[in-house]
Design a protein around this ligand. Structure first.
Ligand SMILES: Cc1cc2nc3c(=O)[nH]c(=O)nc-3n(C[C@H](O)[C@H](O)[C@H](O)COP(=O)(O)OP(=O)(O)OC[C@H]3O[C@@H](n4cnc5c(N)ncnc54)[C@H](O)[C@@H]3O)c2cc1C
Length: 341
């Protein structure tokens, strides 16, 4: 019997792999819902709003396989969609070009200006080529975790907060419970509360500001990148805009202004007046992402102590960045499962 802690996408995926291979398992989840950091708000607005993970790339094949398997639709934020019109010149959105936005626009408007302009353009283009298309689930990513959880209903136990992990038992809601093999599928930050973890973690804050508008959005672009205070703005629906999609230092700076001021700033940069706004959502996740530099000897091994495995230790570590993506967790779960067999 395998005991899995956490019913986020990692724990659910681990459960599915066990089920497909005829292995007995149970999943202990502290909340009364599944999905973890995949969290879609289906009720506040007529369209689903992602409060956690929201976009993914066409090269993230494990996630895409899961979406296909569970018939969850996704669609591309198209490359051809016009981003801005500058000097009467239409500019396609430069994917992942954050921080370089103004340079890129400048280069596109003045091609061949100088060497650094060419370099900026190439950096942007390479980044586009590497990551492929940007995709979203219009019905919400939680549709996927809900469908995964439906298949595992009998094995998921809610309201089971793990408080301690010992050699061959754990403490759940104050009671001891023996385990044969344990897989920890929580974030590393959460795991630190109940077990020793091999390395320190750095957390990266995330901020999202959504805006519901009275009238249909007039922008003729769907997706834009800015070098200012909002990093990405995405038109989610006719009247709903993800006005700021910001991680890291900039998210913290914006959050430090306080909700009211941060929203005012983002709206002014988007040239939206307050009178046009029906409602805003301000979400600041102080510990949105984890970035860890793992030692070579830890990475990819997954077994943190005898019969205790953890999926918060990634297989890959490109300066830790890959951990921010669902795909990185799925890849880690898959290799952890294979190693455990
Ligand atoms: C704001 C935000 C935006 C993001 N945007 C994107 C994006 O656009 N694209 C992308 O690919 N990724 C994104 N991510 C990252 C993505 O959400 C995560 O990588 C992924 O959801 C992690 O899944 P997980 O199952 O490993 O962990 P989690 O989803 O954190 O699941 C862990 C589960 O364990 C449970 N748990 C924790 N402690 C205990 C305990 N003691 N006992 C029992 N259960 C416990 C939790 O309740 C939770 O259900 C974003 C994350 C955030 C926060």
């Amino acid at each position: 019997m395998i005991t899995i802690i956490g019913a986020g996408i990692s724990g659910l995926y681990f459960g599915l792999l066990c089920k497909d291979n005829g292995i007995e398992f149970e999943i202990l989840e502290k909340e009364v819902y599944t999905g973890g950091r995949i969290y879609t708000d289906y009720t506040s607005y007529g369209t689903p709003v992602e409060l956690g993970a929201s976009i993914f790339h066409s090269n993230q094949t494990l996630l895409i396989d899961l979406l296909d398997k569970f018939h969850v639709e996704y669609e591309e934020i198209k490359k051809g969609e016009t981003l801005y019109e500058i000097n009467c010149q239409k500019v396609d959105y430069p994917k992942q070009a954050s921080g370089k936005f103004e340079d890129v626009i400048d280069d596109l408007c003045n091609p061949g200006k100088d060497e650094s302009a060419k370099m900026n353009y190439n950096t942007w283009k390479n980044s586009y080529d590497q990551t492929g298309k940007i995709l979203i689930c219009k019905k919400g990513l939680e549709t996927l975790t809900d469908k995964m959880a439906d298949l595992l209903q009998e094995q998921i136990k809610f309201n089971q907060k793990v408080e301690k992990v010992k050699k061959d038992y754990l403490v759940v809601n104050g009671e001891k419970k023996k385990f044969d093999k344990l897989v920890v599928c929580t974030s590393l930050f959460e795991a630190k509360e109940f077990m020793k973890v091999p390395k320190e973690v750095m957390t990266i804050p995330s901020l999202r500001i959504y805006v519901e508008l009275k009238n249909e959005i007039q922008f003729d672009y769907r997706y834009l990148v800015s070098d200012k205070n909002f990093r990405w703005a995405i038109v989610i629906d006719k009247k709903l805009l993800l006005a700021s999609y910001t991680d890291g230092e900039r998210a913290e700076q914006l959050a430090n202004l306080g909700e009211k001021k941060a929203i005012e700033l983002v709206l002014s940069e988007l040239e939206i007046s307050e009178s046009e706004v029906v409602k805003t959502w301000f979400m600041f996740w102080k510990k949105g992402f984890e970035i860890v530099k793992w030692d070579e000897d830890v990475r990819g091994k997954h077994e943190v102590s005898k019969n205790v495995y953890a999926t918060f230790i990634p297989d890959i570590d490109r300066n830790g960045q890959d951990q921010a993506w669902i795909e990185a967790h799925l890849r880690t779960v898959k290799s952890c499962f294979e190693k455990m067999l």
